[in-house]
Write a protein that binds this ligand. Structure first.
Ligand SMILES: Cc1cc2nc3c(=O)[nH]c(=O)nc-3n(C[C@H](O)[C@H](O)[C@H](O)COP(=O)(O)OP(=O)(O)OC[C@H]3O[C@@H](n4cnc5c(N)ncnc54)[C@H](O)[C@@H]3O)c2cc1C
Length: 417
């Protein structure tokens, strides 16, 4: 969000300083280690009807695809309650999908354009993504999701067993049905992409301050400065694009947002000995299996355990072990040096929609965080939207569904007090 927004703001003639303590696109950011997918079809929120019945299972299985740490449950409860309610009916899911789609549609083309400007156009491809199922019945069991996707303009090709075998011979024969979503794409190396965007921004005049933003100096609802570990940076506008770490800055701008981290993991297997043609999403694995310049990346898992708890690397083993069930050609063991593991923080709002738009306590401060599972995909459109709002242009996307205030009845919204 930060790097792409910097480029768009420079395009509009603003002077830009990016405050980022680490390397842009480095391991500290969710953007480094995600599933690499640019999926306009990813409009379905994580929450679904009847989810509350599954919560005991999430608590008892620390290695399941969605796990909640007991010790974190008390702090998580308010978010979890909103999360369960957000997807409790098809109508709610359809409304979220309608609101999300404009940020995702055309993502591969928008990113390709940005990447080309930054000199790394080859990182972005639109080859389609393959969703594979043990049977047609397993696809039908996800009927609600695919129905809502279709209502939002997502189209796909259905592949029977024979066609699937031809398209992706590396897959286990257990998979007998697939859909190929051709509009979906991939950014082969998201960390390198973000880094290239930042270098491009710097070549256009942006400054990178390697420090942490700690607060905002707001006087009479006007922004005067961003405070950092190394003193203040005077400015008249600011964009909060600090991913899962945005809560306290949003609070400083008058918005008490229910932002959580959905921690995710990846394993990269160098020289895996197989080379799937398509990014593959196995329905029974809840993970993405994608080729990257570094090797086969297996990315997924949701762990609700907060920002500071230690990683549970057994979860990375779960991803690796399941990958052998997807690709039987993967060797059973790899030397340790061939495996790279990572854990990162998806910045997640309970309803799966981001927070974008002016802060309640100060219209000079713009939110640009909370994109959960689709932040890579939505990055290009969000950056343009934020730049339009800051530059006073009429944006092509209506920001209303992303207002931070949507979780509060207008009367007692904290930012108004
Ligand atoms: C396992 C996994 C798989 C995923 N797969 C996909 C996928 O396939 N497709 C997709 O679209 N999305 C995917 N996502 C989601 C996506 O990665 C995120 O939504 C996206 O990276 C969020 O981008 P961001 O810029 O908001 O946050 P980040 O990339 O986390 O960047 C935030 C930056 O803010 C900096 N920062 C934090 N605090 C401060 C501070 N106080 N001052 C200054 N800087 C600060 C951090 O150092 C960091 O660099 C996945 C996520 C995970 C974890």
């Amino acid at each position: 969000m930060g790097a792409a927004t910097a480029v768009e703001l420079l395009r509009d003639g603003h002077r830009v300083t990016v405050v980022e303590p680490g390397d842009p696109g480095g391991r500290q950011s969710a953007s480094f280690g995600n599933g690499t997918l640019l999926n306009p079809s990813s409009v379905i929120p994580m929450s679904s009807p009847g989810l509350w019945r599954k919560v005991p299972g999430y608590l008892s299985d620390p290695l399941g695809p969605l796990a909640i740490r007991w010790s974190y449950l008390p702090r998580l409860l308010p978010w979890l309650w909103r999360f369960i309610r957000a997807g409790s009916s098809e109508a709610k899911i359809a409304a979220i999908a309608r609101a999300l789609r404009p940020l995702l549609v055309d993502a591969p083309a928008l990113h390709r354009k940005l990447a080309e400007e930054a000199g790394v156009g080859e990182l972005i491809t639109r080859q389609g993504v393959l969703y594979v199922f043990p049977s047609r019945a397993d696809f039908d069991a996800e009927g609600l999701s695919w129905r809502v996707r279709r209502e939002n303009g997502v189209r796909w090709l259905e592949l029977n067993e024979e066609e699937l075998r031809q398209q992706e011979p590396s897959l286990d024969r257990r998979y007998k049905f697939a859909v190929l979503v051709e509009e979906n794409g991939q950014c082969a190396d998201p960390g390198a992409y973000v880094n290239a965007l930042m270098q491009h921004a710097q070549s256009l005049g942006a400054t990178h301050r390697r420090t942490r933003a700690t607060g905002l100096r707001i006087e009479a609802r006007r922004l005067r400065a961003v405070s950092t570990d190394d003193g203040e940076i005077a400015c008249d506008k600011a964009v909060i694009a600090t991913g899962a770490f945005s809560k306290s800055l949003a609070r400083a701008a008058g918005d008490r947002v229910p932002l959580e981290t959905e921690r995710g993991y990846h394993v990269v297997i160098e020289n895996p000995g197989i080379a799937p043609r398509y990014p593959v999403m196995p329905s029974d694995g809840k993970m993405g299996c994608v080729m990257t310049p570094q090797g086969l990346r297996l990315a997924g898992q949701v762990e609700l355990a907060g920002l500071t708890a230690a990683a549970n690397w057994q979860r990375a083993d779960v991803l690796r072990n399941f990958a052998r069930k997807v690709f039987p050609g993967l060797p059973a063991e790899f030397p340790k040096e061939q495996l790279k593991v990572w854990m990162g923080h998806r910045p997640s709002m309970p309803d799966g929609l981001p927070c974008i738009g002016p802060a309640s306590g100060c219209p000079d401060v713009m939110h640009a965080f909370g994109h959960g599972h689709v932040g890579l995909t939505a990055g290009a459109a969000t950056a343009r939207l934020v730049a339009d709002l800051i530059s006073g242009k009429t944006p092509s996307i209506d920001p209303k569904p992303y207002a931070a205030t949507r979780f509060y009845p207008a009367a007692n919204y904290p930012g108004q007090r």
